[in-house]
Design a protein. Structure first.
Length: 129
């Protein structure tokens, strides 16, 4: 079982980030965290790194329902989505966590069903980019 979904795009990095945000919003997700990995590595380690952004996507209704099923599931939230500039050939890669894979450690059938639902929404978002 893989732990993520991904796709490549010819979009430049900044446009891929913007389109990813839009596609997630259309699927009911808001971005509640954002980590500019490139900037963080430069500031904290004085290292250069390709453009790489981690977006913490949250569907509030689904998060609420998941927390009702399992009160510690918050340690696995939000759903991380990355956008990175491809090293060769230009363009970008967009990848999202597979919630089914990340929730498989929790033995809760209700939570598994919710993970499948959210995973389908994340795949639709990536497909729309």
């Amino acid at each position: 079982m893989t732990y993520y979904y991904s796709k490549t795009s010819d979009l430049p990095f900044a446009e891929a980030v913007a389109r990813t945000r839009e596609a997630l919003k259309e699927q009911g997700f808001g971005i509640i965290t954002e980590i500019d990995v490139t900037n963080t590595f430069k500031q904290k380690l004085d290292l250069d790194f390709r453009p790489y952004m981690i977006l913490g996507a949250c569907n509030p209704k689904a998060a609420y329902e998941a927390l009702l099923q399992e009160d510690k599931v918050g340690v696995m939230l939000p759903c991380n989505v990355i956008v990175q500039q491809r090293a060769s050939g230009g363009g970008s890669e967009i990848a999202a966590v597979d919630p089914v894979a990340s929730m498989s450690a929790i033995q809760n059938p209700g939570l598994q069903a919710k993970a499948e639902e959210i995973g389908a929404s994340l795949r639709r978002a990536l497909d729309a980019i």
